[in-house]
Unconditional design. Structure first.
Length: 188
């Protein structure tokens, strides 16, 4: 027998049904959609638990009144602002810094001006650094809670009322509150 004859012939691949492949692709597409749909609530839960991404808390004025202020401690709060690339805005804090005592309610504001010739609805998203301070930075009122409507060339000062929780770690003596301002995607 020759060497060529003794070699085994590989088996031909079994044909797969197109229906099975299509079914698996459909299942994969549904799984990807479900994963994408659940990402936002999962992200919010993880941020609430860990304080990641600098998401701040929201408290009522009565909750602030119940907390005892810390008279012998001061924290510097820096305010910053940025504009999403697609915006035609002026957006800035009215004050760049503020020295605060944990447990005391403070008021600040941001100024925004629509530079376009048409009405615009905008939204701001906050971020706190260091990230470990985010869960101790609470707001009772904030322009970021709702969308803001601007007339063409319109402007406004937008209020922010906040308190830093007295339980903030002792090693944190400076907190930066940053807002990004952007045109609301829900705008028609």
């Amino acid at each position: 027998m020759s060497e060529a004859a003794s070699e085994t012939v590989p088996e031909a691949p079994r044909p797969r049904s197109h229906g099975v492949v299509a079914g698996k692709m459909l299942l994969l597409a549904c799984a990807m959609f479900g994963f994408g749909y659940l990402m936002v609530p999962l992200y919010d839960i993880i941020c609430d638990i860990t304080g990641l991404n600098g998401k701040t808390g929201r408290v009522s004025v009565s909750e602030v009144a119940e907390a005892a202020p810390v008279a012998d401690r001061e924290i510097i709060v820096e305010f910053t602002a940025s504009i999403n690339q697609s915006g035609s805005w002026i957006f800035r804090p009215d004050a760049k810094t503020m020295t605060v005592k944990p447990g005391t309610l403070y008021h600040a504001s941001y100024y925004a001006e629509n530079l376009s010739n048409s009405p615009v609805v905008a939204q701001a998203t906050p971020s706190v650094t260091p990230f470990s301070a985010a869960k101790y930075f609470n707001k009772t009122e904030c322009f970021c809670f709702t969308r803001q409507a601007f007339e063409a060339k319109g402007s406004m000062h937008m209020p922010l009322t906040f308190v830093i929780d007295p339980d903030i770690p002792a090693n944190i003596d400076r907190v930066t509150l940053s807002y990004t301002f952007f045109r609301s995607p829900e705008q028609s």
